[in-house]
Structure formats: structure tokens, C-alpha cells
Design a protein around this ligand. Structure first.
Ligand code: F6P
Length: 547
């Protein structure tokens, strides 16, 4: 087929990158900077208000040229067009991949199976907005007539991580008269602690689940229902005033007892980890209001348009995707650290973990052949400066190469004394220290005794990107998330994998469902697992019996 690229390792750019790596991997960022005084400004790109400094990466002009050639040989442009036009690029689930439609303007038109999906998107957004206005203006009363003050989102994975991250990220813009809680874990502690100080008469649950069958979410939703009814005297009609659903599965929603008039829908072409800007963002809209939510969607859309139209050499998601792949496949770096110097982004690394690892943690290509190269890296991180006092030691002086993405904002959302200048000084300093390090001559010149010198040397040559954005707003958050979404896509296209399925989560779910009755049954079960699992089950049963 004309559109099928050669196998990755046979592409000519890949072969050239392999040879090129042998040279460039021996260069130090100190030399690369010394030889090119303009490097720090030249190797940067800016679009839609996001400035990316990628000069502190272990690349030169040739590396970039070859990586961009690899993107072309991998048919990135064609795959982008296929995604944006609603083709069913999630082949293993036979689905279109259209999170970009969630933030497209009313005037757009995107067809799936001959049907324009855009009017439906805006219908749901309008329905969400009018519900949010009713809650925020206290027009919606609970069963006893009290207004709703507490919103509890019940969901897991993409139905939790996006809402939690966005709530924390945009807390500055949120209605502080409302309390938000998020329950995801099957561990009963999550639910118990979330509702501990809440009055059921003032509490509304948002049950968020694409499928409305996820074990954790449905168990938590039933527990919430029982908690509510117990608190409100057992009248079943209370459920209608205290539960709404976000789902694609109307049948299961009404089976649970939620009126489908209070259901906010989305579609099978929205992947869970790509859904924070769909109705799954209902808690976000409740917190920040419909106008701010629309500003966030506008931010997503601006980044989508940049991704779709900018030439690859100045395309932020393409550049970031290619750099991530360069370290994964050539330097064999297994992880990427994401280090936001913004306290409100404290859940951003956790959010990115699902986005990146559920998308690109794949071991076969689209046609089912085992890949002969590494795919998705492990993403992790914490906000700066906290991480500096824990794991940065390993990044600076450990034996592993850990590419870092630093994220910083020019304007603080809370202007407190000198804090912001000190925060920004730290993020710039960390990127500088990682790249340039400190030589033994420099250490000696400080009067360090010889025996201590090796311990105080920083090799440097540790790569990083720095994203500098003016201010954290709903709009810039949308841009930032879309930047990573499309960077993940870029990598997935080059690896020729399905970035939109998640079969890897199935086996554990099936096995857990099999084990539940073996833990709960009165009679000693006839166990047929391996000897380790059998032993663990027996020990747990004995502990339960003697408790
Ligand atoms: O863990 C797998 C997964 O399917 C994720 O992809 C998804 O975000 C999460 O479970 C929750 O699924 P649902 O929204 O259907 O409850």
C-alpha cells in the first residue's frame, strides 16, 4: 500500500540516525554551545504563546534534519490528516480518534460514518453549561431543598485523572464556595475520606465512566448511593437530585437509576485518556464556569491548528515527539521526567502518565508484528522545586540518562514576595546545571581536596526541554495538554503502533473478577491458580476469618 511506511528500522532516516548517533553521542553540550553562540536562541520555537527552548538537547543541525526526515518517511502528515478527518485510525477497536472534534468550533464539520459530529459536541457543551449555571447559581436544590455545595466526581483512569489534574491546575479560577472531591480507587478509604465531612443533603455525585461498567467506578457509585440514601432517610427519589452521569452508555446509566435527562454524553471516538475536554470535564466546568471551560477548549483548538498546519521544523508537538523518540530509541533512555515549576500543576505528571504510557506502551505494530525497538517511555515527575530536594540528585549525578521537560510560567498566580523570581531562578538553574555540569578543574579551583573532587563533579550533558508560558490560565492549560497529546501521537505514528487502544489493562481486570468470589465465598474455594497466587489467597482468607 502506498501509504504504509517501511518498517521503522528499514527507513533510510532511521539508518542514518543510527550512524549519526555514533558521532553526536560523543559531543558534549558544552562544545555544542561553545561552537554556536546563537544555539540558545536558534534551537527554540514559539507558537500559540508557548515558547519551547530545546537547545539543551544532545542534537545538532544534522540530528534535527534526520529526525524531521524520519517524521516524513513515517507518513506523519498523512496520519495527522487521517486523524483530523475522522478516519478510523484506532484499528484494533475500529474507531475514529477525534478528541480534536471536542474543541472544534461550531462552524467546523467532521464526519464519522457520514455523520457530522460537531453539532452533537456543541449540544452537549450547551447542556453542560446550563447544568453548571444551575448548580453555581444555587438554583438546583437537593432532595431536602438545600442547595448543592459539594461535588464528588466518581471515575477512574481517564474519567478521573483529567478532571483531578484540571481542577488542581485551575483552582485559582474556581468557585471557592463549592467543594470538590474525587473518588477513584476501589480501596474503600478513598470514598470514606472523600465524604467524611460532607452533608448528603448538599452533595451531588457525578458518576463519570465512558463504559459505565468499570468495576471501581460502579462499586464506588453504588456505595455513594447507599451513603446518600442512608443520610437522607432512604427515599429512592433522592437519587435523581443527587446523581448525574457522564457516559456513552445510556442503557447502563438508566439501569443504575440515573435519569438520562441528567446524563451528559460523549462518543466512542473519544478515548478515556483524551476525554478531559468532553463531558468528562463536567467537574472542571462546575469549578471554573462555562466561560473559562470554553477558553480552555479554545486553547486546545489553537494547539490542534498549530499541529495540523505548522511545518514540522517549527511544530511544537512534532519537535517534542521527535526529541522524546531520539532519547528512547538511540540513547536508550527509559524515562522522561516532567517537572512543572508551578504548584497548581502538581497532578500534571500523574495525568501525563496515563496519556503517554497507556497510549504508547505497546509491543506490536499496527499489523501485529512484534516491534524491534523500544516504544513509550516511562513518564514521571513532581513539581519543582520540591523534586530538587529528593530525586534530582540521580538526574544530576546518577548513571542513567533522564531527559527532562521543565515547565514554567512568567506570571505567578499568587504574587507572594520574591517567591516567583526565586522559583524561576531555580528552573533556569536546573536546566543549566544539567546541561553544563561542573568539571573537575572547576571543582579543584574551588579548593576542594583531591579525594573529594570526583564526588563533586557534575558531568553535565544531561538533556532538557524548557517550556516557558506567560501564565497558567484555562486557555494555556488547554494548549499544554494538546501539546503533549500530539507529541504522543507523533511518537506513536513513527513507532507504527496503535496509540489509542489499551488492551494491556484487560487481563488484570479479568483475573481480579475471577479472584473476588474466591476471597468472599463461605466455602473453601477450589483454587487453580499458580502456587504463589493460591498461597496468597489462602493467607488472606485465613486472616479474614481470624479478624
Ligand atoms: O484502565 C483502562 C481504562 O479503560 C482507561 O482507558 C479508562 O480511562 C478507564 O479505564 C476508565 O474507563 P471508564 O471511563 O469506561 O470507566
Amino acid at each position: 500500500m502506498e501509504n504504509t511506511p517501511l518498517s521503522l528500522v528499514d527507513r533510510s532516516a532511521w539508518q542514518s540516525l543510527k550512524t549519526h548517533f555514533e558521532t553526536i553521542s560523543k559531543s558534549h553540550l558544552r562544545e555544542l554551545f561553545a561552537n554556536d553562540p546563537e544555539r540558545g536562541t536558534r534551537l527554540s520555537a514559539e507558537a500559540v504563546g508557548i515558547f519551547l527552548d530545546y537547545s539543551k538537547n544532545r542534537i545538532d543541525a544534522k540530528t534535527l534534519e534526520l529526525l524531521l526526515q524520519l517524521a516524513k518517511e513515517s507518513k506523519l502528515r498523512e496520519r495527522m490528516d487521517a486523524m483530523f478527518s475522522g478516519e478510523k485510525i484506532n484499528t484494533t477497536e475500529n474507531r475514529a480518534v477525534l478528541h480534536v472534534a471536542l474543541r472544534a468550533p461550531k462552524t467546523a464539520s467532521i464526519l464519522v460514518d457520514g455523520q457530522d459530529v460537531i453539532p452533537g459536541v456543541h449540544e452537549v457543551l450547551d447542556k453542560m453549561a446550563s447544568f453548571c449555571e444551575r448548580i453555581r447559581s444555587k438554583a438546583w436544590s437537593g432532595h431536602t431543598g438545600k442547595p448543592i455545595k459539594n461535588l464528588v466526581n466518581i471515575g477512574i483512569g481517564g474519567s478521573d485523572l483529567g478532571p483531578v489534574m484540571a481542577y488542581e491546575a485551575l483552582r485559582h479560577y474556581s468557585d471557592r464556595s463549592l467543594t470538590f472531591r474525587f473518588v477513584s480507587n476501589i480501596d474503600g478509604t478513598d470514598f470514606a475520606e472523600a465524604v467524611l465531612d460532607l452533608d448528603p443533603a448538599e452533595t451531588l455525585f457525578i458518576v463519570s465512566s465512558k463504559t459505565f461498567t468499570t468495576l471501581e467506578t460502579m462499586t464506588n457509585a453504588h456505595t455513594a448511593r447507599a451513603w446518600l440514601l442512608q443520610g437522607l432517610g432512604g427515599d429512592e427519589s433522592a437519587v435523581a437530585k443527587h446523581f448525574v452521569a457522564v457516559s456513552t452508555n445510556a442503557k447502563e446509566v438508566s439501569k443504575f437509576g440515573i435519569d438520562t435527562a441528567n446524563m451528559f454524553g460523549f462518543w466512542d471516538w473519544v478515548g478515556g485518556r483524551y476525554s478531559m475536554d468532553s463531558a468528562i470535564g463536567l467537574s472542571t466546568m462546575l469549578a471554573i464556569g462555562p466561560d473559562n471551560f470554553r477558553a480552555m477548549l479554545q486553547g486546545f483548538h489553537e494547539m490542534d491548528e498549530h499541529f495540523r498546519s505548522a511545518p514540522f521544523e517549527s511544530n511544537l508537538p512534532v519537535l517534542m515527539g521527535l526529541l522524546a523518540l531520539w532519547y528512547s530509541n538511540f540513547f536508550e533512555a527509559s524515562t522522561v521526567a516532567v517537572l512543572p515549576y508551578e504548584q497548581y500543576l502538581k497532578r500534571f505528571p500523574a495525568y501525563l502518565q496515563q496519556l503517554t504510557m497507556e497510549s504508547n506502551g505497546k509491543h506490536v505494530t499496527l499489523d501485529g508484528a512484534v516491534v524491534g525497538y523500544q516504544t513509550g517511555a516511562i513518564y514521571w515527575g513532581e513539581p519543582g522545586t520540591n523534586g530538587q530536594h529528593s530525586f534530582y540528585q540521580l538526574i544530576h549525578q546518577g548513571t542513567r540518562l533522564i531527559p527532562c521537560d521543565f515547565i514554567a510560567f512568567n506570571q505567578p498566580l499568587n504574587q507572594v514576595g520574591r517567591h516567583h523570581d526565586i522559583l524561576l531562578a531555580n528552573v533556569f538553574a536546573q536546566a543549566e546545571a544539567l546541561a553544563f555540569g561542573k568539571t573537575s578543574d572547576e571543582v579543584k579551583a574551588e579548593g576542594t581536596p583531591d579525594w573529594l573532587v570526583p564526588h563533586r563533579v557534575f558531568e553535565g550533558n544531561r538533556p532538557s526541554n524548557l517550556l516557558l508560558i506567560d501564565e497558567l490560565t484555562p486557555n494555556t492549560l488547554g494548549k499544554l495538554v494538546a501539546l503533549y497529546e500530539h507529541s504522543v501521537f507523533t511518537q506513536g505514528v513513527i513507532w507504527n503502533i496503535d496509540s489509542f487502544d489499551q488492551w494491556g489493562v484487560e487481563l488484570g481486570k479479568v483475573l481480579a473478577n475471577r479472584i473476588v468470589p474466591e476471597l468472599e465465598g463461605q466455602d473453601e474455594p477450589n483454587l487453580a491458580h499458580d502456587s504463589s497466587t493460591n498461597n496468597l489467597i489462602r493467607r488472606y482468607r485465613r486472616a479474614k476469618q481470624s479478624a
